[in-house]
Design a protein around this ligand. Structure first.
Ligand SMILES: [Zn+2]
Length: 58
């Protein structure tokens, strides 16, 4: 499965696509825009839910 979700950086608020496989629990991510380290948040999970619903509809 090749699914990417929109991940919003809490520092600069920019969104970028992140492969779903990269979202393992406890994993940190580097923002491509500002270089901040971020972790998975509830906001990201809401984005993930939307992305997954879109994925299932197509
Ligand atoms: Zn950022």
């Amino acid at each position: 499965m090749d699914l990417a979700i929109a991940f919003e950086c809490p520092q600069c608020k920019r969104q970028f696509l992140q492969d779903l496989v990269e979202f393992s629990p406890g994993k940190t991510h580097v923002c491509e825009a500002c270089g901040s380290w971020t972790v998975l948040t509830s906001d990201s999970l809401r984005n993930f839910q939307t992305a997954l619903e879109d994925f299932c509809r197509t």
